[in-house]
Every structure is written in structure tokens, then in C-alpha cells.
Design a binder for this molecule. Structure first.
Ligand code: ATP
Ligand code: MG
Length: 420
């Protein structure tokens, strides 16, 4: 799959100005991996470009001729180029060195002439440290990324600098799950030593979200997360990391396979989080989600859905699941999510039947629509007030129990309640 034209225009402009522009980061990794596995590379999502041999001012001028440019780097040379719908992150070669504690305290020093070997040293993993020349298709691989991709291994680019950014330890967990890779013993030891205290929760969540949504077998990441003690440290609210490891591993893998059935994120994310947390007490699950600042996703009440599933999934496992229960669960949760978690947790085929039944009842994703409303009661002469509230509640109750199934039956019940 070719890169968008603006990438080639940029690369050609850089070459004409005496420099070189390389595509870097995850896209190169994904392409080389696809090539090794003999499949089509995935379409690029975000495009990272690194430009060598051109001074910052000249690069800015050059970028302005291609599109709208905004500077995003705090101190040195990262530009966002917007050309049409596409956004490119363009950066100059730099060295990141730790200036203070934590993820925020990183001092950046740039030098357009440092060369690709040096520039790639600031990357986290060898597989993420390759550069691709879009004009020739040549891949530069200064740290042995291709061999590690072929071997299915995560390795640090540079053991001495790896811990300068402790977020990298969480990224290792994410990539292990997402790629299904093993982790080099030296890197395991480094991750164990990482000081994770000052990592912002949002950054941790970004990595966990990718682990949950993009892994065929997220359990591979969870295993690495336990082995490196990264997960118990970044999310101590979860008590079952070790205690329930086998059940949770099985559940997240089953949930990952079931994801297409619940639909895209944020629903699939609710399913995955439910599977991850299904053996936790609801309070602990809530504390974990609060810690990660998981609230809503757009209009979707992500945290509520997850907690509802954690609280109720057991009710959907077993023989005696009746229609009333399904209609009730849809009142304050999402049956597709609770059921998905039940399926993930139990592996029971019966849950698939339950979910199909919920679909037939129309309560897979939302509650039953109301059959009568306040204004219907007002038409029948009932003013707003406690009586109206009671009657509406009784009708709803009858609807959930399957005793009234349409508007006529509901209105008949209203009349009989008014008479009685
Ligand atoms: P994804 O497919 O999830 O986008 P990615 O590898 O592209 O994966 P990004 O977060 O987009 O991940 O980062 C782009 C590149 O920047 C990475 O491939 C890596 O080389 C480098 N990078 C990102 N975060 C770090 C970090 N914390 N430490 C070192 N290098 C990093
Ligand atoms: Mg990326």
C-alpha cells in the first residue's frame, strides 16, 4: 500500500533541500511485520516522519509550502502538518534525556545531523526503531528490529536509557499482548525496575486500552504485566492479578474473540474491561476505573456498563435465565455487555443462546421502549402525581414480566388499575 502523496512530496522536498525524510515508528514496524508474515500491511493510521539533515527553520518553511503547520513540541522540532484530512507528525532527530523525575521531566536536544543510528536511540524498542525511506522503499534498521520481529521478541533499543521514560514499561505490556511477542529477559528485568509512581493515569490507560482492543490474545500482555509486576503496580485497585490469573487470562482471550459480536468501541471496550475485572468486587472494579479516569466515552456510559456487567454476569450463566431477567438487566445495563462478559467468564455455550434470545426480545442494547406515558394517563384523567407514578411503574413491571406486550394491552391495564 503506497503512502499518501503528501508523504512523497515531503520526502522529495527534503531530498531537494539536501536532507532525507523517513517514515518512522509503528507504521514501519507494522509493514515489516506484514511483509515477514506474507500479508498486506494494515492501512496507516498516524504517520510519523523524521527529517534528517535540515535545520529547524528551513524545515518549517518547507512544511508550510505543503500544508498547515503547527508546532507541537514543547522545546524542539516536532511539527504537525495537516494536508487535507491527513495529519503528519514531523520531527527532527533528537536525543531525549531525563531532566527530572517522572514522565514529564524530559529534556529534548535536537540535532539534524546526528545520524539515524543515534536518533533511533531515543526509541523504546528495536522493532519501533526502524526508518523507511518513502522514495526508495528502503528500510534502515540500526538496532536489529527486523530480526526481533521475525523472532517475535521485544527488546530495548538501549538498556542504559530505557528507564528514562517509565511509560515504556507499560508499552512493553501493551506490545507483548498486541503482537503476541515474548519479552527479552534483560527487558523483563528493566521493566521490573521501572519507577511507575509518577506516570499519569491517562497515559497508562492509553496503553491498556490498546492492549485490550488490539490483541488477539490479551492474556499474553497480562502475563507479561504480571511477570514484570507492571500491572499490579499501575493498577493496585485490582486485587486478583495473581489470585485469579488463570480465570482472567481465559476470560480476556474469549472476550477478544467475541468482540466483533458486541460491536465496536466503546462497546467492545466495555466487554474487555468487564472480562478483565469480572472477578473483582464491584467496589474494587470501580476504584480501578476511577483511577484510570474511565467515565464515559462520548455519550456511552462506559464505566457504568462495565460495573453493571461485573455485578450481574453470573446471573446469565446457568439454566434458569428467563425473559424477565433479560428485560430487567436491560433497564440499567446493556445485555450484550453483561452477556459477553458472562460468556467470556464461563465459556458456556448456553450464554450464546441467552444472547440470541435477548436479541429476539429487543433488549440486547437498550431497554424496552415504554408502551404508555404520562400524557396517556392525563388523557384518561389522571393528573401528574404519585398515583400516576405508581400506575406507570406497575405497567412497566407488567411489561418486564411479559404480561403486557403492546400499547393496547398496556392501556387496558391502565384502565383496570384506574378502576381498581
Ligand atoms: P501504534 O500502532 O500504537 O501507534 P506506535 O509504535 O506507532 O504504535 P506511537 O505511540 O504512535 O506508537 O509512537 C510512535 C513511535 O514513537 C514508536 O514506534 C516509538 O518509536 C516512539 N515512541 C513512542 N512512545 C515512546 C516512548 N515512551 N519511549 C520511546 N519511544 C517512544
Ligand atoms: Mg503510532
Amino acid at each position: 500500500m503506497p503512502f499518501p502523496p503528501v508523504v512523497h512530496q515531503l520526502a522529495a522536498a527534503c531530498r531537494d533541500a539536501g536532507g532525507r525524510a523517513y517514515v518512522v515508528g509503528g507504521i514501519v514496524r507494522d509493514r515489516v511485520l506484514a511483509e515477514l508474515q506474507g500479508r498486506e500491511p494494515p492501512p496507516p493510521k498516524d504517520l510519523d516522519i523524521e527529517v534528517h539533515g535540515i535545520e529547524a527553520d528551513d524545515l518549517q518553511a518547507l512544511l508550510r509550502r505543503l500544508g498547515r503547520v503547527s508546532e507541537v513540541g514543547r522545546s524542539f522540532g516536532v511539527y504537525k502538518l495537516s494536508a487535507g484530512p491527513l495529519g503528519l507528525d514531523v520531527s527532527l532527530p533528537r536525543r531525549d534525556s531525563k531532566a527530572g523525575p517522572g514522565h514529564r521531566g524530559i529534556d529534548v536536544q535536537g540535532d539534524p545531523h546526528m545520524g539515524v543510528v543515534e536518533a533511533a536511540r531515543r526509541r523504546d524498542l528495536t522493532i519501533n526503531a526502524m526508518l523507511l525511506d518513502p522514495l526508495t522503499g528502503e528500510v534502515l534498521d540500526p538496532h536489529g528490529g527486523r530480526a526481533d520481529l521475525a523472532a517475535g521478541k521485544l527488546r530495548a533499543v538501549d538498556d542504559d536509557c530505557f528507564l528514562e521514560d517509565p511509560l515504556r514499561a507499560v508499552r512493553v505490556v501493551q506490545f507483548a499482548g498486541r503482537l503476541g511477542f515474548s519479552v527479552d529477559a534483560g527487558l523483563v528485568a528493566l521493566c521490573r525496575k521501572a519507577d511507575l509512581h509518577e506516570l499519569p493515569a491517562e497515559r497508562i490507560w492509553m496503553e491498556l486500552e490498546k492492549l485490550l482492543l488490539r490483541s488477539e490474545r490479551p492474556s499474553v500482555g497480562l502475563r507479561v504485566g504480571r511477570e514484570t509486576a507492571v500491572l499490579p503496580r499501575v493498577l493496585p485497585q485490582v486485587r486478583g492479578w495473581e489470585r485469579d490469573a488463570a480465570e482472567v487470562d481465559a476470560a480476556v482471550d474469549r472476550a477478544a474473540a467475541w468482540q466483533p459480536q458486541v460491536g465496536r468501541a466503546p462497546r467492545s471496550l466495555a466487554l474487555m474491561l468487564g472480562a478483565l475485572l469480572h472477578r473483582e468486587a464491584v467496589e474494587d472494579a470501580e476504584a480501578a476505573l476511577l483511577h484510570l479516569r474511565v467515565h464515559r466515552s462520548g455519550r456511552y456510559p462506559l464505566r457504568d456498563r462495565v460495573l453493571h456487567a461485573v455485578a450481574h454476569w453470573r446471573e446469565l450463566v446457568g439454566a434458569d435465565v428467563d425473559d424477565t431477567l433479560l428485560r430487567r438487566l436491560a433497564e440499567d445495563g446493556e445485555v450484550a455487555v453483561v452477556g459477553g462478559v458472562a460468556l467470556a467468564a464461563s465459556g458456556a455455550v448456553s450464554v450464546e443462546h441467552v444472547l440470541r434470545r435477548a436479541g429476539m426480545l429487543g433488549v440486547l442494547h437498550e431497554p424496552l421502549p415504554a408502551l404508555v406515558q404520562g400524557r396517556d394517563l392525563m388523557d384518561l384523567g389522571t393528573p401528574p402525581g404519585p398515583t400516576m407514578g405508581r400506575i406507570l411503574a406497575d405497567v412497566r413491571h407488567a411489561q418486564l414480566a411479559g404480561r403486557v406486550g403492546n400499547r393496547e394491552e398496556a392501556l387496558a391495564l391502565v384502565r383496570s388499575l384506574l378502576d381498581g
